[in-house]
Design a protein around this ligand. Structure first.
Ligand code: RFL
Ligand code: PHB
Length: 403
């Protein structure tokens, strides 16, 4: 919808107004709304799913030091500190030979294990407590006039067509959202890798009998042992892209995990299983006029580096700073450099996530040149403090303002 006639007038039937119209109540959109509210800037979030759905969507689990600090500053980290598990290192294994990466020693920083569903629950509750309006089951259908100073978002809610008039539009609507589809194609280049493997992920009522995460290369394929609490394990197995979840009985999953991880597991009740493809994707521009993309809307990293949610938080931190500067000092300098600043960090994280993915996954035949190079990297990791430090500082998250 390009012409203004089709839109309801401001204050008219179905039209509402705010400063920042945010599409998507994922970690990016919710964090942005709270950052803006802290600066006295009003926003409204439009989310096409129900509250129950977004609060129960199983995804990430690992928060960088930076991300935890942002949540502390926003006053939403109480439950995270009570229930989250702080880890000072992780293990990387190659066919059963284990090397610990010591985050504390190499970076004086740590990571926190806390499920994305819990993050989202905390953020939604804080938005509600702070009178930030979230319209659930409201689908954004069009972003209008974003090259002018008066953009708007057309959406449907409770069977009605509505319009949100705003000064800025934040496309924090994930990989399949409207934000990136709306960004003019001529403003960006697109980059992607589709990996020839996927992750079969499970959640189980089991006691993790490992104290830190284990990333395991194995001749049968990669496995990752993570956790959600002292009673819930989160585990992943590398599977082919065309794998069907029906082919994996619980017994087969546990046997394969024990084989690849080289440890005995507490084989409890599996209550969630799904297969996720692995991809790296990004565009090198995240803005046009008054439309700004953040989080998965602008980039996807394979989960081996545990970075997607953390990158989403880094993006919206830059966006909130730019919008705040605009309202407080009338300057759009930070907004103009928003994309450039975010994209520099995205490239660094893309490289690390891609490195971890190729490093840990089974790709080449045993004994092939590629597989022996991969093994050599692991042999080097075993003896090189420098290599360990490089992994540690990327894994815990580089400080925000270096990029
Ligand atoms: P989200 O979470 O996808 O939220 C976007 C929201 O927008 C809504 N939406 C719309 N709403 C209204 N109108 C429309 N037209 C809309 N279109 C979409 C959607 O319903 C949704 O609610 O994006 P956001 O906020 O950018 O957050 C990104 C993170 O969710 C993602 O990067 C992470 O989950 C990635 N990830 C991990 N990240 C980490 O930092 N650490 C980890 O340990 C980690 N592990 C993972 C992961 C992702 C995984 N999967 C399943 C892809 C492990 C896995 C297996
Ligand atoms: C998780 O706990 O879900 C998780 C942890 C680390 C990763 C990916 C996922 O690299």
């Amino acid at each position: 919808m390009k012409d203004k006639e089709k839109k309801a007038p401001i204050g008219g039937l179905g039209a509402i107004k705010t400063k920042v119209g945010i599409i998507g109540a994922g970690p990016a959109g919710l964090t942005l709304a709270l950052m803006l509210q802290k600066q006295g800037i009003q926003s409204i979030i439009i989310e096409n799913r129900s509250r129950e759905y977004v609060e129960n969507r199983v995804r990430a689990g690992l928060l960088e030091h930076n991300t935890v600090e942002v949540f502390e500053e926003l006053g939403v980290a109480d439950r995270l500190h009570k229930e989250g598990l702080v880890h000072h290192g992780c293990y990387i294994a190659y066919n059963g030979v284990i090397q610990r990466i010591d985050f504390q020693k190499h970076t004086q920083r740590e990571v926190t294990i806390y499920g994305q569903q819990e993050v989202v629950k905390d953020l939604i509750q804080a938005c509600i407590d702070r009178n930030i309006e979230i319209l659930f089951e409201a689908e954004a259908t069009e972003i209008n006039d974003f090259m002018t100073g008066e953009p708007s978002i057309s959406f449907t809610h409770l069977g009605e067509n509505k319009v949100l008039n705003c000064d800025f539009v934040a496309g924090t609507d994930g990989f399949h959202g409207l934000g990136r589809k709306t960004l003019p194609k001529e403003t960006y280049n697109e980059f992607k890798i589709e990996y020839p493997f996927s992750w079969l992920g499970i959640l189980a009522h089991s006691k993790p009998n490992y104290d830190e995460l284990i990333y395991a290369y194995h001749n049968e394929g990669f496995a990752l042992a993570s956790m959600r609490s002292e009673k819930v394990c989160r585990l992943y197995l590398q599977v082919p892209n065309d794998e069907k979840i029906e082919n994996w009985t619980d017994e087969k999953i546990w046997a394969e995990l024990e084989n690849r991880l080289g440890i005995e597991l507490d084989k409890g009740d599996i209550f969630e299983k799904s297969i996720t493809p692995m991809r790296s994707f990004m565009i090198d521009n995240l803005q046009a006029g008054r439309l700004f993309l953040a989080g998965d809307a602008g980039h996807i990293v394979p989960p081996t580096g545990a970075k997607g949610l953390n990158l989403a938080v880094a993006d919206v931190r830059n966006l909130a700073k730019g919008v705040t500067e605009f309202y407080k000092n009338g300057s759009d300098e930070l907004l103009k450099s928003y994309s450039e600043k975010c994209v520099a960090r995205v490239w660094r994280v893309q490289d690390f996530s891609n490195f971890m993915t190729y490093f840990c996954h089974k790709q080449a035949e045993n004994g092939s040149f590629e597989q022996l190079l991969q093994k050599s990297k692991f042999d080097y990791l075993r003896i090189s403090e420098a290599y360990q430090k490089t992994i540690a500082e990327n894994y815990v998250g580089l400080p925000f303002d270096v990029f």
